[in-house]
Design a protein around this ligand. Sequence first.
Ligand SMILES: NC(=O)c1ccc[n+]([C@@H]2O[C@H](COP(=O)([O-])OP(=O)(O)OC[C@H]3O[C@@H](n4cnc5c(N)ncnc54)[C@H](OP(=O)(O)O)[C@@H]3O)[C@@H](O)[C@H]2O)c1
Length: 230
Amino acid sequence: MADRPYVLLSCGMSIDGYLDNATGQRLLLSNDADFDRVDAVRAECDAILVGAGTVRQDNPRLLVRSQARRAERVARGLRPTPVKVTVTGRGDLDPEARFFALGDIDKLVYCASPALDEARRRLGQVATVVDSGEPVDLHRVVTDLHDRGVGRLMVEGGGKIHTQFLTADLVDELHLVIAPFFVGDSRAPRFVGDGRFPWRPDRRAVLAGCQQIGDVVLLRYALSDRFGES
Ligand SMILES: NC(=O)c1ccc[n+]([C@@H]2O[C@H](COP(=O)([O-])OP(=O)(O)OC[C@H]3O[C@@H](n4cnc5c(N)ncnc54)[C@H](OP(=O)(O)O)[C@@H]3O)[C@@H](O)[C@H]2O)c1
């Protein structure tokens, strides 16, 4: 029996591997059909995790949007939308951000120990702030999520979070959507940063499928033996 959730990492990037531009305005990489597909994937998960940088930069809702999918979750005895999770070193998050303000579900903040008191003061009314050591160890985060009943975790960015989950070999399934344009600005965040990734020329990842969705393409990779577990 695994002691961590099944982890699905989902992301969209430009042809040249960027997650966003550098303008401060959110860049839409996908199309409506793909956003709906992502909504369906979210609806199958117990929790959704993003880094504090994404909470600050994108102010995402991180909710299941389709009413039919929300109702279907409730019929299965679940909350309408998954638990929201973030990771922070500084704890400098706005309690009025949509991450905290929207959705009648738990919000978990895995916070580095030195910032814990300040984060609890700031966010204690809107989230559970968990002491996660210094620096925050993602193995500890996923083990704690497992202990809280999270069986299936969706990781939705940004680049620093992708890099850590992937280099730590904590991802079972990767969904990579490629948008049909370039960003061409090295100030913008990339899909991943530097690191020692388990999938290298001598250990190639398994391409489990590819699908055209309008003008984007979805690549699915199996990154562990657990791939496909429900
Ligand atoms: N295209 C997509 O699918 C997609 C999806 C999501 C995001 N994005 C884009 O990605 C960009 C944000 O990416 P990013 O790499 O800057 O940020 P990020 O990965 O979302 O968050 C990084 C932040 O998370 C916290 N963090 C991460 N790992 C930590 C650890 N081990 N210990 C303690 N804290 C940790 C730190 O927060 P503190 O600073 O609070 O210490 C760090 O600054 C945005 O431009 C967003 O639009 C794109």
